[in-house]
Design a protein around this ligand. Structure first.
Ligand code: IVH
Length: 689
């Protein structure tokens, strides 16, 4: 019995171009280091789909198609490159980088004069040929010796102007990619067009760059990383470009009006010593999760033309540059299920259950799907192969289904009709669906959070007691706790005189907590404990926080234009709860903080011991700090004028390392960050303990 193997059905030239890119990428990754995101079965299915499409549309066959290669008649792009577009060798860590650099220096017979360190942009290499200042031709990398003409994309690539500042003839090289917002927009356009989306920004950029007759136009972004004069060109500019250091060539490129990474948080820099290179590598890696575009590593180059010439090339890659690869932030896995949960604020959120996959150092099993509109927009189905993204501390998210990998077995995702927690109706008036009972639906979760040790710290108020109070109608939110009477508490089952008095005393004590904790207790979306502390220190009083508009809220470090309006909106919604807390006499000020109109350097002027210092705490605390939670130690740092941070970088001023301090201590040692014991630290900040 023979079974017809499943084939990926490709709808149009765009889907085909994307499928080819996916196959090429995954086989390249597979042959390079065996890390392909596609399993053999998925790869075969994909290639069969590509083959089927090519049989139907022979006029659309792309030179890079893997089928062409199998047939032996590999056609490459028909535009020869003036100078080959090479690859880069990879290193995977500080040690390998040091070995590589030592190899370069051996070859030079002397130290490298200056290094250049810049992000490795995760897109497609392109050559942009300018003649007399006008953009004349765009050519893809192809096989490195010749590529495809994609000049039809001229005019759709942000950062690649049609005219340079000067009427010069030059070839610029760089990366074409999609920013996160361009990717979202492209997905929405394609969804409206044929009900599908792109798998990830990279393949969206690849498909978009190569697709010619698409009824919709998607914007791309270019970042330049090099400029070359034509071989044989001996003009002044050509000679200068050959002689200038790479960093100065890039300054010239930017001055021509072309986008470089100079204006981004991961701008290229020059470094004289290898430890500076390594610190920049770490800074770029740390900045990665918040970047509005994808990077997959850091490129380290010899900056001087003379050093580059001395190092030379291998047939595959320059010997004067290397790619320091960062762990993958995106992989393909299976969407097994979708579960629905009502959160603290009553928002009903879908969560993806995934076939476990390793991403950026951890195993990802769950990912956020945001909301129903998002599921629909992305056209997701149960059983889909999906791209999942995770970097740093961000919550993993499902990016899109990989439509070419569908088998026909996928099923629609069931959407809830009623609140999954309480069974009441759903308010669908906004994209974020909510239980009509709002915060009340999950009041228990909010109250447990509000009275916890790191928020109001009401000792002895256990979960079952809160449940009992909710069930008997004594409280509906945590502010009601402050109005409880002795009689009401004594009336509860299993509540004796002593427990009642203790609880009343603990509740009364909680009224004196600093604003940072009261604010954290509110459970404003997107503001955890450390953000609440920053808000409280910035505004000093609840009145000032409530008076702030989105712009004023954005002055707080870490609150961007997306989060700010959410905070304002949530505070408006929480107004009755806050008013109730005020009526109860709960403290609404932050001790030691001054309102925003004051001099921001006040902390330094006051001479606080940790003024302008960034402090990281790791390991088990001993001595006077032993009894404190990590949150309390962080509060202490901030009271003493410092900034608490969770990761060690070149910017860290001090590491408080307790027992069993692991990788953070090692990193601080490498970076030369000052390390102190919990006891030494306690002494420094004893006035604030
Ligand atoms: S320099 C001679 N700089 O990485 C090769 N490449 O793996 C010089 N890439 O094909 C390339 N960011 O598409 C260079 N800042 C950067 C880069 C970069 C991304 C890409 C480029 C190249 C690939 C090599």
């Amino acid at each position: 019995m023979t079974e017809t193997p499943p084939v990926t059905a490709l709808a149009d030239d765009t889907a085909y171009a994307e499928a080819v890119q996916l196959a090429v990428d995954s086989s390249a990754a597979y042959y390079a280091d065996g890390t392909s995101t596609l399993d053999d079965d998925a790869y075969d299915r994909l290639v069969r789909g590509i083959q089927a499409y090519e049989e139907e549309h022979p006029e659309s066959v792309l030179p890079s198609s893997p089928t062409g290669k199998v047939a032996g008649g590999a056609v490459v792009g028909d535009v020869p490159h003036t100078v080959p577009m090479l690859s880069l060798d990879n290193v995977f860590g500080a040690e390998q980088l040091a070995d590589w650099a030592a190899g370069v220096e051996r070859r030079l017979g002397r130290p490298v004069t200056v290094w250049s360190v810049e992000p490795k942009l995760d897109g497609l290499a392109i050559s942009a040929r300018y003649r007399h200042g006008r953009l004349a031709q765009l050519v893809t990398r192809g096989d490195g010796t010749a590529g495809e003409d994609v000049s039809h994309a001229i005019g759709t690539v942000v950062g690649l102007p049609e005219r340079l500042a000067d009427a010069v003839t030059v070839e610029l090289r760089g990366e074409v990619m999609m920013t996160t917002s361009q990717f979202e927009e492209a997905c929405a356009k394609r969804q409206a067009h044929d009900g599908t989306t792109f798998a990830n920004p990279r393949s969206a950029a690849a498909g978009t760059l190569r697709a010619q007759d698409r009824p919709y136009v998607c914007e791309l972004t270019f970042f330049g990383y090099g400029a070359l004069p034509a071989p044989g060109d001996e003009s002044d500019l050509a000679v200068r470009l050959r002689e200038l250091p790479h960093s100065e060539v890039m300054e010239w490129v930017a001055a021509q009006g072309v986008q470089t990474t100079a204006a981004t948080p991961v701008a290229g820099i020059v470094a004289e010593a290898l430890d500076q290179v390594q610190s920049r590598v770490e800074e770029i890696a740390a900045a990665r999760p918040a970047l509005p575009f994808g990077i997959d590593g850091i490129v380290i180059k010899c900056d001087l033309a003379s050093d580059q010439a001395a190092a030379g090339f291998s047939s595959r890659a320059p010997r004067w540059a290397v790619a320091y690869k960062l762990p993958a932030t995106e992989k393909i896995t299976k969407l097994l299920d979708v579960t629905w949960n009502t959160g603290r604020t009553g928002v009903i959120a879908p969560r993806a259950v995934l076939e476990p996959v390793e991403l950026d150092g951890s195993i990802v099993t769950y990912a956020t799907l945001h909301n129903v509109a998002d599921i629909t927009r992305r056209g997701l189905m149960l059983g889909d192969s999906v791209t999942v993204y995770k970097a740093g501390d961000v919550i993993p998210r499902v990016e899109a289904p990989v439509v070419h990998l569908r088998t026909g077995e996928e099923r629609p995702i069931p959407i809830p009709e009623v609140c999954p927690t309480c069974g009441d109706a759903i308010d669908r008036s906004q994209e974020r669906w909510r239980c009509v009972r709002g915060r009340e639906c999950q009041a228990i979760v909010s109250i447990i959070y509000a009275v916890g040790r790191d928020t109001l710290d009401i000792e002895g108020l256990a979960e079952n007691r809160i449940r009992q109070m909710l069930a008997t109608g004594l409280i509906a939110d945590f502010a009601d706790l402050f109005f409880l009477t002795r009689e009401q508490l004594l009336g509860l089952e299993r509540m004796g005189q002593t427990s009642t008095d203790n609880l009343l005393a603990a509740i009364s004590q909680a009224k004196t907590r600093p604003l940072s904790r009261v604010f954290a207790a509110l459970g404003v979306r997107g503001t955890g404990r450390s953000m609440s502390r920053r808000i409280a220190r910035h505004f000093a009083t609840m009145d000032a926080v409530r008076a702030a508009d989105a712009e004023a809220i954005q002055q707080v470090e870490g609150i961007g234009p997306e989060k700010a309006p959410v905070v304002v909106e949530e505070l408006a919604e929480l107004a009755p709860l806050i008013d109730k807390l005020v009526r109860a006499g709960v403290n609404m000020t932050e001790p030691g903080a001054t309102p925003p109109t004051d001099d921001p350097k006040a902390a330094e002027a006051e001479g606080l011991p940790l003024a302008s210092m960034s402090v990281v705490v790791t390991g088990t605390m001993t001595g006077p700090l032993a009894a404190l939670t990590r949150n309390e130690v962080n509060e202490l740092i901030e009271r003493a004028g410092g900034k608490s941070s969770s990761s060690v970088s070149a910017k860290t001023s001090m590491l408080v390392a307790g027992e069993k301090a692991g990788s953070k201590r090692a990193k601080a040692e490498t970076l030369g960050v000052r390390i102190v014991s919990p006891e030494e630290f306690a002494e420094q900040v004893s006035a604030f303990l």
